[in-house]
Write a protein that binds this ligand. Sequence first.
Ligand code: ZN
Length: 133
Amino acid sequence: MKINHLGIATKDISEALKFWGDALGLENVHTEVVEDQKVRVAMLPIGESRIELLEPTSEDSPITKFLEKRGGGIHHIAVEVDDIEASLAKLKTQGMRLIDENPRIGAEGCLVAFVHPSSTNGVLLELVQKKEV
Ligand code: ZN
């Protein structure tokens, strides 16, 4: 397993890129709207991982709620797994609370599923299985 990305919530990706891109020097290699999650994402590689900037695309986006409550910050941590179905089944048998019982399609066609913060010491955890190439 490895950290696939860190998700950071922001009101405005272009505003956030002034820091993460221009000032810090990371490169935005990919921008995409993920309709299913009502977010626009920007991916900035850092080592073998990435910073994922998340901007809400609608009022009822989960990111809108997060920004209202906390004004931005780390929204989730994404762990890359080889077999997301197996990982979900394993967590479920151990009584862990899943937000997604079944994987959904995330950015770049990856399979993703979220684990509830109540089972992870308060961190929203995303499992990611890369799309087969
Ligand atoms: Zn993510």
